[in-house]
Design a protein around this ligand. Structure first.
Ligand code: SIN
Length: 576
C-alpha cells in the first residue's frame, strides 16, 4: 500500500521532512510512501533563507566548546524561555540536535570550520558557551536552504521520470485542509471531530485538491502581522489559520519575539524584510548605544547586550521611553570595537552579508555606529503539537515555527529555531512512517491548549479612551493591521490597548470575512485575500491570548500590570 504525505512549506522543517520521507520510501516500514511538497512561493522563499546566526547544537566531545554540555544547552533554553517551556521538548531538542546536524551534512550542507578543520562555533546572547554552527559567515539559513533545495530538486527530477517519490509544486498556495468526520465523534470543543485527508490549493489561477494520509504543516511564521519584521512577505500566518479552521488547538500565541537589532530604515509597506543584524555580532562584542552615546544595556540587565532577546528588545523600548525619545527612534549598534580587537577586515570576513547590506544602505560599520530597531521576528506560539509533531486533529502534523512544541517557552533562545524545525520535522516524519505499521495513537488537546470556544470574546466596541480608539474608523489594510499590532501587541502591551485592538480586529474580520469553513470561502482564487483572512484570524487569536495573560512573562510584557518589572536606570535585573 502506498501512503501519501503532503508537506506544506519549504523552510527548513518542510524541506528536511520532505527529504527524509522521500528517502525512507521503500525502507523498513510497511508499504511505500509518496511525498508532495507544496510551497506558496519559490522553494527559497522562507524565513529559513534569511536566518543569519546559525543553528545551536552541542556537538560530540572534541568538537564542542570546552566545558559545554547538552545539559547546559537545556538550561540556557529553559532560562531564556522563562521556564514556560515543556521540559521534555527541550530535552529532545538539545539531545537530538547532533543527530540532525549530521542529517544536514548528509544532504550536502557544510558549516564553517576553523583553520584546524574543526567546526567554527559562535556565541550568541543567553548561551553559556559558543555552540552556534554557522555557514557562509552570516548566511547560515541561505546555505542550508540552498543545500536542501538542491537535494529536493534532484529527487523531484527523478519523480518526473517515474523513478522518485517526491513531487514538488511551487506557487501552490494552500487554501484549506480537507477533513472527513471521525466515525462517532462528538463535535465538542477540544475533541477530535475530524481527520485531515488532504489539502485544497491554488496554483496557476485554479483550485486543486490533493488527498493524503497525512498533512505536515511547515508553513513558518507570521511576522507580517507587524509593521516592522525580519520575515519575508510570505510569512502571513497561513499555517495557524489553516489548522485553526480545521479544529486544531493552538497555544502560547501571546509570545511573539522581536529581534532587537534590525537596520533602522524607512519601511516600505509590503516591502523586503528588515535587515537583521545578527545576534552573533553582539556575541562577538558589539554594544548598544542611545542617541547620546550612552551604553544603556548594563543599566537594564547584568548580561547587557547578551541578555535574552526579549529583555534586550524590551529594554530598548523602555529606554527610549525613559529618555523621552519617540517609540520608533533607533538606538545604535557599535561594532567598531570588534574590528579594532580582531583586526581590519574581520567584520567583512565573519559577517559578509551584513557588511554588504549595511554598506548598500550607506553605513560603514567598521568606522561608524549603525541605527537599529527591534522588529517582529519569531512566533514562539503556534499550532499545539505533541513531541512527534502531532496536532490535536488526526492526520495533521505541524513542525517548525508554525508549531508550538513547547521547546521555546515564552521566549526562544537564539539559534534554536532552525534546530527545532530539523528535530521536530524529522520526528513528525518518523511518526508518519511508524503509523504505517502501528495503529496511530493521536493525542487529545492538552491542558493549556486553546481551541474554538475557549477564547475570550472581543469587546463589542472599542473601549472609550482606549489606546487607538480614535482611529476606529480606519478600514482594514495590511499597513493598518501592522500599525495596530505593533502599537497594541508589540514589545510592550496594556490591557486597554489589547481590548481596543480586539474590538477593531473583530470589526475588520467581519468586513473581510475570516470565516469558518461552514461560512464558505469569500476569498475565491485571490491569494492576497486569503492571506488577509489568515493574518486577521491569527491577529485575533494572538490578541485574545494576550488579553487572557495579565501578568508579564517572557516576550509578553504588560506595562500596565503592577507586577510588571519597573524598568529604570537603577534596576539591576530584569527577569526574562
Ligand atoms: C540572528 O542571527 O540574530 C537570528 C538568529 C535567530 O533568530 O535565532
Amino acid at each position: 500500500m502506498t501512503r501519501r504525505v503532503v508537506i506544506v512549506g519549504s523552510g527548513i522543517a518542510g524541506l528536511y521532512a520532505a527529504l527524509l520521507a522521500a528517502d525512507a520510501a521503500g525502507g523498513s516500514h510497511d508499504g511505500d510512501v509518496e511525498v508532495v511538497l507544496l510551497s506558496k512561493g519559490t522553494l527559497e522563499q522562507s524565513n529559513t533563507f534569511y536566518a543569519q546566526g546559525g543553528v545551536s547544537a552541542v556537538l560530540a566531545p572534541g568538537d564542542a566548546a570546552p566545558g559545554d554540555s547538552v545539559a547546559a544547552h537545556i538550561a540556557d533554553t529553559l532560562a531564556a524561555g522563562a521556564g514556560l517551556n515543556d521540559a521534555e521538548a527541550v530535552r529532545i531538542l538539545c539531545t537530538e540536535a547532533v543527530r540532525d546536524i549530521a542529517g544536514l551534512s548528509r544532504y550536502g550542507v557544510r558549516f564553517d570550520t576553523r583553520p584546524d578543520g574543526g567546526p567554527a562555533l559562535g556565541l550568541e546572547a543567553a548561551h553559556s558557551a559558543p555552540r552556534i554552527l554557522h555557514a557562509g559567515g552570516d548566511a547560515t539559513g541561505a546555505c542550508i536552504a540552498r543545500g536542501l533545495v538542491a537535494a529536493v530538486l534532484e529527487r523531484a527530477v527523478l519523480e518526473r521520470s517515474g523513478r522518485g517519490r517526491l513531487r514538488v509544486e511551487t506557487s501552490a498556495f494552500v487554501t484549506g485542509l480537507l477533513t472527513d468526520p471521525l466515525p462517532g465523534s462528538a463535535a465538542q470543543p477540544g475533541s477530535m471531530p475530524a481527520r485531515v485527508t488532504g489539502v485544497e490549493y491554488l496554483a496557476g489561477g485554479r483550485s486543486h485538491l490533493v488527498r493524503a494520509d497525512a498533512v505536515l504543516l511547515a508553513t513558518g511564521g507570521a511576522g507580517r502581522l507587524f509593521a516592522r519584521t525580519s520575515n519575508p512577505a510570505v510569512a502571513t500566518a497561513d499555517g495557524v489559520a489553516l489548522a485553526w479552521r480545521a479544529g486544531a488547538a493552538v497555544r502560547d500565541l501571546e509570545f511573539f519575539q522581536f529581534h532587537p537589532t534590525t537596520l533602522a530604515v524607512e519601511e516600505v509597506p509590503g516591502g523586503p524584510p528588515a535587515l537583521l543584524i545578527s545576534e552573533a555580532v553582539r556575541g562577538e562584542g558589539a554594544v548598544l548605544l542611545d542617541a547620546a552615546g550612552h551604553r544603556f544595556m548594563p543599566d537594564y540587565h547584568p548580561d547587557a547586550e547578551l541578555a535574552p532577546r526579549d529583555v534586550v528588545s524590551r529594554s530598548i523600548a523602555l529606554h527610549l521611553a525613559a529618555t523621552g525619545a519617540a517609540p520608533d527612534s533607533p538606538v545604535y549598534l557599535d561594532a567598531r570595537g570588534i574590528e579594532a580587537a580582531r583586526g581590519a577586515g574581520f567584520l567583512a570576513r565573519r559577517f559578509p552579508t551584513i557588511t554588504a547590506a549595511t554598506r548598500a544602505a550607506g553605513h560603514d560599520w567598521t568606522a561608524e555606529v549603525v541605527p537599529v530597531s527591534p522588529a517582529a521576528h519569531y512566533w514562539m506560539g503556534g499550532v499545539s503539537t505533541d513531541l512527534w509533531g502531532r496536532t490535536t486533529v488526526p492526520g495533521l502534523y505541524a513542525a517548525g515555527e508554525v508549531a508550538r512544541t513547547g521547546a521555546q517557552g515564552a521566549n526562544r533562545l537564539a539559534s534554536n529555531s532552525l534546530l527545532e524545525g530539523l528535530v521536530f520535522g524529522r520526528r513528525a516524519v518518523e511518526d508518519f512512517l511508524r503509523a504505517a505499521v502501528h495503529a496511530p495513537h493521536w493525542p487529545a488537546a492538552a491542558p493549556g491548549d486553546v481551541h474554538p470556544g475557549s477564547l475570550l470574546p472581543a469587546p463589542a466596541t472599542v473601549p472609550a479612551g482606549a489606546h487607538g480608539a480614535a482611529a476606529d474608523e480606519v478600514p482594514f489594510s495590511r499597513q493598518a493591521l501592522g500599525r495596530l499590532m505593533t502599537a497594541a501587541a508589540g514589545v510592550t502591551r496594556t490591557g486597554a490597548g489589547l481590548d481596543a485592538a480586539a474590538a477593531r480586529l473583530a470589526r475588520w474580520s467581519a468586513d473581510v470575512g475570516t470565516g469558518s469553513p461552514a461560512a464558505g470561502n469569500p476569498a475565491g482564487s485571490d491569494q492576497a485575500a486569503h492571506e488577509d483572512r489568515n493574518l486577521l484570524l491569527a491577529a485575533g487569536l494572538l490578541v485574545a491570548a494576550a488579553r487572557q495573560r495579565t501578568r508579564s512573562v517572557g516576550a509578553h510584557y504588560r506595562a500596565d500590570t503592577h507586577d510588571a518589572p519597573a524598568f529604570t536606570h537603577s534596576m539591576q535585573r530584569i527577569s526574562s
